[in-house]
Design a protein around this ligand. Structure first.
Ligand code: ADP
Length: 286
């Protein structure tokens, strides 16, 4: 058996096109084009690439690019003042603080200043709480992108065994909540899990977000399972994920490639969140 390839690049393109149409409708209805304020502190090359891609696709979807760049040695008070300025600016629909910030800054304290309705990364305690309670709110982009892929490929979730590897605030925890909200039976694994392959073998849907190259091999995958690889690592041989893809593809029913799986979905969902935020702020939510 060779796993079906889950084409994140194609699904992300469709999501971005839908967002572009939604932006055009908002403007045609007399609303303001959504504005995304990406905030980059310092000049880490990887963060610069991520922010550049977000800005480019934001403009391509017809939104305003309201990017702000702060020097790497900016103090906490000045960074907080910028977040407050963006929070008060009606042109700004969404605020995205690119992580990680330089070590001398308290990024949690900066995120806490982002109003929940502009928190397009879904990282404030308010949005995390809404998700935990199953109420509407802005969802973290990577797990939201995984859900969009599962839905696009009609992967059954109600009653399914779902295993999430990783419990980070950014991916693992919200991922588990989103699967739970769709009535999956969810197990969360982490660095202290006693027998990772044994737990993973239960999964009909296996989402791997541990940040460890090749952590999940063939022995951890049930025949026919849907495997979502959130990991991304730069190796000598290009980008690879947390899943040993060649071996797992022989047993899985469907598998996301790296690159071209979850990665492109993250930015697409950021744009979708920014449109949602703008609609809510302008009183045009459907
Ligand atoms: P991400 O950005 O993908 O969320 P992080 O590096 O922030 O990744 O978090 C890694 C997560 O993976 C942590 O929750 C950690 O407990 C989990 N993890 C780390 N090592 C293992 C392991 N060997 N088995 C299972 N989970 C692990």
């Amino acid at each position: 058996m060779t796993a079906r390839v889950i084409d994140g690049t194609a699904v992300a393109r469709r999501v971005r096109e839908d967002v572009g149409r939604g932006v055009a409708q908002l403007v045609a209805a007399g609303g303001r084009a959504p504005g995304l304020a990406t905030v980059l502190v310092g000049d880490d090359p990887a963060s610069e690439v991520y922010v550049r891609n977000k800005r480019r696709l934001c403009v391509a979807a017809g939104m305003q690019d309201l990017h702000r760049h702060l020097p790497g040695d900016v103090d906490q008070a000045s960074a907080a003042a910028l977040v407050d300025e963006l929070a008060a600016d009606p042109q700004v629909s969404g605020i995205l603080l690119q992580l990680p910030t330089p070590r001398h800054l308290d990024s949690d304290a900066l995120i806490a200043r982002i109003p929940a309705e502009k928190d397009v990364d879904g990282l404030t305690t308010a949005n995390a709480g809404l998700l935990a309670q199953g109420r509407p709110g802005l969802r973290p982009c990577t797990p939201a992108g995984v859900m969009a892929l599962l839905d696009e490929y009609d992967v059954p979730l109600a009653g399914a065994e779902a295993v999430v590897v990783g419990r980070s605030v950014l991916v693992g925890k919200p991922m588990a909540q989103l699967l739970l909200a769709r009535h999956a039976t969810v197990t969360v694994c982490h660095s202290r899990t006693r027998d990772l392959p044994e737990v993973c073998r239960r999964a009909d849907v296996l989402v791997v977000a541990a940040g460890i190259r090749g952590l999940v091999g063939r022995d951890a995958v049930k025949a026919g399972a849907t495997v979502i690889d959130v990991g991304i690592h730069r190796g000598d041989d290009g980008l690879v994920g947390d899943v040993e893809s060649d071996a797992v593809a022989e047993v899985a029913g469907a598998l996301t490639p790296v690159p071209g799986g979850v990665g492109p979905m993250t930015i697409a969902m950021l744009l979708a969140n920014t449109l949602t935020a703008a609609r809510v702020q302008q009183g045009l939510a459907d």
